[in-house]
Structures are given as structure tokens and as C-alpha cells.
Ligand binder design. Sequence first.
Ligand SMILES: [Zn+2]
Length: 365
Amino acid sequence: MKKLSSFVLAVLAFSAFSLQTVAQSKTENVILMTLDGARLQEMFGGLDAEIFRSADKNFEKKATYKKFNAATAIERREKLLPFFWTELMENHGSIAGNRSLNSIVKTTNTHFFSYPGYSELVTGTARDSIIDTNEFGQNRWPSFLNFLQKKMRLTRDQAAAFGSWDAIELISTNDAKAFVVNSGPKGFDAPGIDPVLNEAAALTIGPAMSVRPDYFTYKFALDQMKKHHPRAMFISFGETDDWAHQRDYEKYLQSWHNTDAMLRGLWIFIQNDKQYRDKTTLIITIDHGRGNTGKDWSDHGSDVPEAQYIWMAFVGPEWSKRGEWKDSAEIYQNQVAATLTKLMGFDYSEQDVNAGRPINSLLLR
Ligand SMILES: [Zn+2]
């Protein structure tokens, strides 16, 4: 009898332990979302009048100014990104990178331009001496998407990368055929895609020759989610960077605002879908920052050190933190791959021992 009791106790203790380990991670799907070169100054402060002035002397007469200007930084950013700041950050997630609150997020690569930034995000490692051009072509290193696909035995449709910039499909994987990739000024050749949308994507000129309007990226990603429910995804918006390079502050701001609406659309879908609701973790971030003077806000790269500062938002069922991070330890772009895969129950160092480690402060409740 005594023996039996200890056996029962041992079984109970073991079950409780297993339940606890299972309960620790509710994440069954992960999504990395990026906005190309969208400055932290607008993320945390909304419309920046000094930058607007440098782009246009008559800026105060512009409809965009009237639409997004307000007395305080908090009011301005809520006008620019109403869904992000009022719904997502109040009820579902948190954001790091506001330097005035002593929260710093940086790239570890020292190039501060797109390919090295995206590659650092998806592979977890900066390779400055090798990856030093946007024309690098097919990535030579596997990404967190490749890793999760292998670990979870995902089909070609259950991992996916969609981007507005044409290089996104090359950066996302070292194997072009492993999973669904679609980026650049073209449609999405998948069964059942709305032909009108597909034709519009192919025949609409984007903000740069290599970039399609973000709306198509959004719609194609959403279509994939509805039909195939990918467990691991990368969605990369591009417009903000191109309008900034062109010093068109109005279109740059409007792109931010439109991206907020698309993020809302994705969120509504996620929260109304059985596979995704309360089981999906998102990291939303940027590939690089940009300058912060009237002269260099449009630019980024190793000669614009301000561009090393980025922001990073975290939304998911594991994370109870809300709003802005304050007085927190510095975090890095190379920690994203390991953080997302850890939430899915895997150790990213199996794929890359040099990759950034999971973001610790997030994993503590
Ligand atoms: Zn970029």
C-alpha cells in the first residue's frame, strides 16, 4: 500500500510537471513583420515637424500635416498609428527602443542597410564582411523559417515569406524551393488567387522599381494565411523606406498610417481564426533606422550612425508586458530568430551556435 502511494504520488508529480511545461508556451504560430527603415522617431513621436520642414518649407499648409499633427508626442503617434498604439500596445503587447525611456534596441551589423538587416533578423547572425551589399542574391545561410520547417516538418505552404521588396524572397531562405516565397513587383502565382488582385500587383508601379505597393504584400500574405495557415511567417513591408529616400515626408507618413491599417486587418483575421487566435506570437520591427537631421533623415548606412537604433514590438500569448519598455537592458536585432523559435519549443543554437540568444527579459513573466 505504501509503495503504491509513492508510485501514485510520483505519477501525479510527473503529470503536474508535464502540464506545467506544456502550459509555459501557448505559441503555435510565429510571425515576423517588418517595416523597411521606418524611423523610431515617428514610432515614438509621430509626425516630426523639423523633418517635415526640411522636406517642404510650406509643410504647415499640407493636408498630411493637418491630419497627423498634434500637441504632444503621444497624441501625434496615436494619430499616425491608431491601431498599434491604442489597441495593440494597450491590450496585447509591448515595444522596446524608446531611447528617452532608456530602452535601446540595436543592429549588431554595422552596415545599417536592408539586406544585412533582414539577414540578421531571419538568420540570427550578422556577417558583415560577407553580406555587405543589397545585391547579395540567395542567402547562403538558413533562416528561422528553414529551421522551424525542418523541426516541425512543415509543408511548403506552412512556412512562408511575403515582401514588397524583391530581395525578400532571396534573403528569407538559403533554399529557394523550400517554402512559399513571394516578393517584388509581381503577382502571386498560387491557386485561387483573385485574378484582379494579381493583375493589379503586376501592373501597378510601386515606390521604387524593385518594390511593389505594400497592399499587395498584405493581401497575398492574408490569402496564404486563410488557405494554408502557415505556422511560421515573415511579412515585410517596404514603402516607408522608398518614400524616405525620395525625401517625400508626406508619403512616408501616409505609408506608416496605411501599414497600421494593414496590421489591424491581419490582427482581426488572427483573432477570428481558430488556428491563430491567442496562439500567435508576432515580432514587429525594422531592418535599420535612419538619420535624425533635416539633412540625413532620408538616409541610412554606415555613414549614418543614428541608423543603428531600431525599435521592436512584441505581441503574443506568452507576454504580459504592455506599452513601452523602460530602463531595460539593451537588446539586439540578432535575437529575433532565437526568440521566435524558442517560443515554438526549439533551441535555435542547434542551427547556428553564433546566433543571438533569446531575449531573456521577455521570457520572464
Ligand atoms: Zn531597408
